[in-house]
Design a binder for this molecule. Structure first.
Ligand code: BGC
Length: 349
């Protein structure tokens, strides 16, 4: 039988942050806190049946509040970069906080990752589930309209961790949610992810300017370091990526599947553990970020995290889509429901 339990993780100004544990029959386990819906640990078996925690994270609330590079968090209202933090909707200009060089990043000074969400644990068939909800007030972080967001986590009997997002609003606004776990399939405390091999279902990517804002063009990956059409060891071009492109891989890929259709986005394999992760989504883009800016962070179990010790595969709309007419629009109108499903599906080979 799947199991769901909860306990206190910490307190912020008297408000309790809970830690929910979702467990399936075969021993896989996901631990999620109500701050940001953050996945703080994920235990999956290796090829010999040994369970390890395969996501980077902290063991205390303090660090999540003060120094987290979005470890395991759900990101919103608008994931990724918006040039100048500016956009225009229905003739009105909005200015978001500029919190990353000249850009707005990941929802602002206090994005959804910094909010305490309401939580309800339950089981459904052979899945252990957690429903998180948050109401973002009109004008929060300068985004227009009140937004109701929901994130339902399900850990299935077949070692799949699913996240189903929904959002609605009462004024025209923008939304682009994603999940920001840093995976290391050898175990969170295993150093660089260079030996992982990665396959991305993308024939094109969105080249960026020096501020990591897409220039608007969709470019073929052919003959570039972004060619992950066949599984490729991440280390193979990582140094080149670090030299040529703002410290390493931090790019959006244009998924081959039809825009709103749910399908495979990427597969990652780690040879020592034999763990494999397939990522599915119904979003058009996938940001591959190789933890370039993680520097000497003290993590769980005495780990120290440094550049390239994890990888994020973040399904989403393309960066700066709100200012780029040929990219799928992140605009959400009253009466519409934004739906975004992600699956991180684990197996061994
Ligand atoms: C972005 C990186 C950013 C990181 C923050 C990623 O989603 O692509 O550029 O530094 O988030 O942790």
């Amino acid at each position: 039988m799947p199991q769901v339990s909860s306990k206190e993780f910490g307190k912020i100004e008297g408000k309790t942050v809970e830690l929910y544990t979702l467990a399936n029959d075969s021993g896989a386990k996901a631990e999620i806190i109500t701050l940001g819906g953050t996945l703080v640990s994920l235990y999956m078996p290796d090829k010999n049946g040994k369970f390890n925690d395969i996501v980077l994270g902290f063991d205390n609330l303090e660090q999540y509040l003060k120094e987290s590079p979005y470890f395991g968090a759900n990101i919103g209202r608008a994931a990724n970069r918006i040039a100048g933090g500016r956009f225009t909707l229905e003739g009105k200009e909005y200015q978001l906080a500029v919190n990353n060089g000249p850009n707005a990043l990941h929802g602002g000074e206090e994005g959804f990752n910094m909010k305490i969400w309401d939580a309800e644990g339950f089981t459904s068939g052979d899945s252990a589930c957690l429903k998180l909800t948050y109401t973002s007030p009109d004008g929060e972080e300068n985004y227009p309209g009140e937004m109701n967001v929901e994130a339902v986590y399900s850990l299935t009997a077949s070692n799949e961790l699913k996240i189903d997002f929904k959002a609605s609003c009462d004024k025209t606004t923008i939304v682009n949610l994603t999940h920001h776990s840093y995976f290391n399939l050898a175990g969170h405390n295993s150093g660089k992810i260079y030996d992982h091999s990665l396959k991305i279902e993308a024939d094109q990517y969105t080249p960026v300017d020096e501020n990591l804002i897409p220039i608007g063009e969709l470019k073929s990956v052919e003959g570039t370091i972004f060619d992950f059409r066949k599984a490729k060891r991440i280390g193979e071009d990582a140094e080149k990526a670090a030299k040529d492109y703002t410290s390493g891989f931090d790019h959006n890929f244009v998924l081959n599947k039809p825009e709103n259709q749910y399908g495979l986005a990427a597969s990652v394999y780690e040879p020592k553990s034999g763990r494999k992760m397939d990522v599915y989504t119904n979003q058009p883009g996938l940001q591959f970020y190789a933890a370039n800016f993680v520097e000497n962070l003290k993590g769980k179990d005495g780990a120290f995290y440094n550049p390239h010790c994890g990888l994020c595969l973040e399904p989403q709309k393309f960066p700066n889509a709100v200012n780029t007419p040929n990219f799928a629009s992140p605009v959400l109108k009253p009466g519409e429901v934004y739906k975004h499903s992600i699956s991180y599906s684990f197996s061994t080979e």
